[in-house]
Design a protein around this ligand. Structure first.
Ligand code: HT7
Ligand code: ZN
Length: 874
């Protein structure tokens, strides 16, 4: 099929004003009746065409009269109907088959036939697998949904909107009706039916609405929903206080499933969650996962305004809701936790996931110009880079200005489908500014390189900062234009004090931090009254998603690491020192750089004033993926070995005894509660144990075994297990068996058991993965399990996956072909592990090429996987 292009957008010729849906639910077959009240665009003369995939049409009628066969046609996913007028009512009845639906789009079964439940996933284009409809986000309809089912098998019936009656039916059946007063696109439709338990809480919105909050799960997990309910309440309050946004229905349901393609889904009034991002308790959930649960619960809730009340005109505008909602979640999580740590975590994710995407064959703008399969565009670029663009805009407007802009955006587009231009116009107009130059960021792929050079003029007492930008070409975009890059900066004297900044031409009072915007390819910024060469702290808080290149002397970075009050830039200075130390090890002869890095961290190690979590992050050099991004020819085994050596050097500098002592001190505090202070101590405890294991395995591995056995919660247990497994310690076998026995009934914990083994570095990983594929608990039908084993191996274990003999690539390619037949969305996402293969060293590159070529030649690939493979192997 031809690609769909942004420039071809045309408004819908037919809209649905009101949709009345009727479901007769069953596991093998469900019947769906739809009464669609239609409105025709008088300016267009197109026939009525509705989307529909794999639907068995049972009946069709127009304006109350059955339609004879010649008056409609259903082929290639489109139902065309003759004779419809403005105001017509089209009625269809279709059959769908939930138990056969392994793609997990549309209506499907989660869990077993006996005990599982039915649910839907409609974003982006799943609704067309439920009934015939103009399945595009700019068609907003009022939905009334009636569900009918056997009461014993499906005691709980839920759909989006407010409850509007329920009752008994003959033959042990029952019904329930839901009316959603807010017009919504079909991708926000949802239903759930089955045996589920709930926990509830009453919530009153700031504007006085009484809301019933309910979290639902299968009975065995209901005790683990409490944390998410608290997170939901915090998110609701925060959105009221920060953006003045209130919830707008009488009920808010959230449902957990173990069978889900992504993280969660913001269906109006009925969010559906991958259990991984909803269930939490100290025994099965790590601290990182606790934070993820809070973040995802908040993210989906925030969509109620940024996405649902104001939705997207078309899928090219996806970042309008996703980038904005990620940004809102980042603000919320920063407020609930440590702002510096949150920023470090988010930037690390951007560098690990988005920068490689932007630098390879899958690069695309935040607003892509074309796609073949929209599900392939739920990417780090659309989400994470999109959030960075909103952050730049918010920074440009300031807190009050951004709020003014958001108020205008919500007011102007409430109940409608909007574009990124609409968003920028509202933000700009509310502040008397033209923000349209920022649109270029949405259209241009690739990560800009920002270079900074400083020159001090002692006689003139000036410091001239020269900033320049360059964006490398990306597929289909050979020439790049300059973008507006906001650079937040400060200047330090050599004693580590921040200097007042007097920029040339500036009239207002001097502050110690400010933002300059680089709008051209190169610009000078002149600061006055600077007596001695300062140390610049640039791009503070990571004020723009760029790669900064600045020729710092090592002692300048050490000064920032010691003194910068911007927590992010402090960490960043440490990362820069680590990168230099790594390069010195790689290239040889740079002993001073390694020693300098180690000495700077050793000086901080006993600093009681330092947040232990920040210390843990400071003690962690950039990851293998980030290091690979900086190489021209990538040898993942070598990168792994060098990074291990770098950490060994750090551990040696800190000293085994000191590390052991620190671990003992932190281990004394053996709780498992997820409060920030306890999380921070556990984070440092893990890092210290990992470093010790590199320096002195004989001391560390028994310590890890003891930590495993005495752990009060999953964070400490998994950290210890990972150390044992990655070092292939003799104790690992017992620990793995104990973990498996302890968590045999919990799929999420079992996923961790698979993942930790898939991440054994180097050669042994492949055999382990193959053995685990034969485990009875492994299945290609469950996306979480696939991600835990194959995803952790292919995307989370570079030295294990990128074998010189190509066996890792062949394994992945074979599984992709099998998985694609079951679940194309998950297969396509997993295939992105091949991204960057062209920059591998020649032997691996050729192996990867052959594996991809074999996959491409496989024949019947889905549109999803074919598009990704097509980009990877042009
Ligand atoms: N808006 C959702 C994105 C989504 C999705 C979720 C579950 C399964 C398939 C999906 N396709 C797209 C999730 C979010 O960003 O909030
Ligand atoms: Zn989202």
């Amino acid at each position: 099929p031809l690609p769909i292009r942004l420039r071809d957008y045309a408004p819908p010729p037919w809209r649905v004003v009101q949709a009345e849906l009727d479901f007769e639910l069953g596991i093998d077959a469900s019947e769906v009746g739809a009464r669609l009240h239609l409105a025709r665009d008088p300016a267009q003369d197109a026939p009525l065409r509705l989307d529909g995939e794999e639907l068995e049409l049972l009946a069709i009628a127009l304006d109350g009269a059955p339609l004879p066969a010649g008056r409609w046609r259903y082929a290639d996913g489109v139902l065309e109907v003759d004779g419809a007028r403005d105001g017509s009512v089209l009625e269809t009845r279709v059959r769908v088959r939930p138990a056969e639906n392994t793609a997990l789009e549309g209506l499907y079964l989660s869990g077993s036939r006996e005990a599982g439940f039915l649910l839907t996933q409609c974003e982006a284009e799943g609704f067309r697998r439920i009934t015939f409809f103009p399945d595009r986000p700019d068609v907003l309809a009022r939905f009334t949904v009636t569900l009918r089912a056997d009461r014993a098998r499906f005691p709980v019936l839920l759909a989006g909107g407010n409850p509007d009656g329920a009752g008994e039916l003959p033959g042990g059946r029952h019904w329930a009706r839901f009316v959603d007063p807010h017009p919504k696109p079909s991708y926000l439709f949802a239903l759930v039916a089955g045996r589920l338990e709930k926990i509830e809480r009453d919530y009153r919105t700031a504007d006085g609405r009484a809301v019933k909050l309910a979290i639902w799960s299968e009975a065995d997990a209901i005790g683990r929903c409490r944390y998410a309910l608290g997170a939901l309440e915090r998110a609701m309050r925060w959105d009221e206080e920060t953006y003045g946004r209130n919830y707008d229905l009488d009920v808010f349901h959230v449902v957990a499933t173990h069978d889900f393609n992504m993280g969660a889904m913001e269906n109006k009034g009925l969010n559906i969650f991958n259990a991984k991002y909803l269930l939490a308790d100290p025994d099965t959930t790590t601290d990182d996962e606790y934070r993820a649960v809070e973040a995802v619960v908040a993210h989906e809730y925030f969509h109620n305004w940024s996405g649902n009340r104001v939705t997207c005109r078309d899928w090219f505008q996806l970042s309008l809701k996703e980038g904005l909602t990620v940004f809102r979640e980042q603000q919320f999580s920063a407020r609930m936790n440590s702002p510096a740590l949150k920023r470090i975590e988010d930037v690390a994710l951007l560098r690990r996931a988005q920068f490689p995407e932007d630098a390879g064959p899958l690069a695309h703008p935040v607003r892509p110009a074309e796609y073949r399969e929209i599900n392939n565009f739920y990417t780090a670029t659309v989400y994470e880079k999109g959030a960075e663009l909103v952050r730049m805009l918010a920074g440009r407007l300031g807190e009050a200005g951004f709020r003014r802009g958001m108020d205008l955006y919500f007011a102007r587009h409430d109940g409608r489908a909007a574009t990124l231009e609409d968003f920028l116009a509202a933000l700009g107009e509310a502040n008397g500014l033209d923000l349209s130059p920022y649109l270029a960021w949405y259209a241009q792929a690739g990560t800009p390189r920002l270079t900074a050079r400083g020159r001090h003029d002692a006689a003139a007492r000036t410091y001239t900062l020269t900033l320049a930008q360059h964006t490398p070409p990306t597929p289909g975009q050979p020439d790049k234009r300059p973008l507006p890059i906001p650079v937040k900066l400060a200047l330090f004297d050599r004693a580590g004090r921040m200097l007042p900044l007097r920029l040339d031409g500036q009239t207002s009072a001097a502050s110690t931090e400010r933002v300059v915007v680089l709008a051209q390819a190169e610009q000078d910024f002149v600061f006055r009254g600077v007596d001695a060469p300062p140390v610049p702290s640039l791009l503070r808080g990571f004020s723009a998603p760029v790669i900064l290149e600045c020729d710092y002397a090592p002692e300048e970075l050490a000064l920032l690491l010691a003194h910068d009050p911007d927590g992010f830039n402090r960490w960043e200075a440490g990362q820069q020192l680590a990168l230099r130390a790594y390069a010195a090890l790689r290239d040889g002869g740079g002993e001073a750089a390694v020693e300098g890095w180690c000495a700077a961290l050793a000086a901080l190690f006993d600093d009681a004033a330092l947040d232990p979590a920040l210390l843990a992050d400071l003690l962690t050099p950039p990851g293998e993926i980030e290091l690979a991004e900086r190489e021209r020819e990538v040898d993942p085994a070598r990168i792994h070995a060098l990074r291990q050596e770098l950490q060994r050097r750090l551990a040696a500098a800190l000293g085994g005894e000191r590390l052991e002592r620190h671990h003992r001190k932190l281990a004394a505090d053996a709780g498992a509660q997820p409060d920030a202070a306890a999380q921070a101590r556990r984070r440092l405890k893990r890092r210290v144990l990992e470093l010790l294991a590199l320096h002195d395995p004989a001391a560390a591995l028994p310590l890890a075994q003891r930590q495993y056995e005495s752990a009060a919660g999953m964070t400490d247990r998994l950290a210890a297990l990972a150390v044992l497994v990655r070092h292939e310690a003799p104790q690992a076998l017992n620990a793995l068996a104990a973990f498996r026995a302890r968590h045999a009934q919990d799929p999420l914990a079992l996923d961790k058991w698979f993942a930790v083994q898939a991440q054994i570095p180097g050669e042994p990983a492949l055999a382990r993965v193959r053995a685990l594929e034969a485990d009875p608990a492994f299945t290609l039908k469950n996306p979480n399990r696939v991600r835990a084993l194959l995803g952790s191996y292919a995307s989370g274990n570079p030295s294990g996956f990128h074998r010189a003999d190509g066996a890792g690539y062949r394994l992945l390619a074979e599984r992709l072909a099998q998985l694609d037949a079951l679940n194309p969305q998950v297969a396509a996402r997993l295939a992105t592990a091949f991204n960057g293969w062209q920059r591998l060293e020649p032997v691996r590159r050729e192996q990867a090429r052959q594996a991809l070529a074999a996959l491409a030649g496989h024949g019947a690939l889905s549109r999803n996987l074919a598009e990704i493979v097509g980009h990877l192997l042009p």
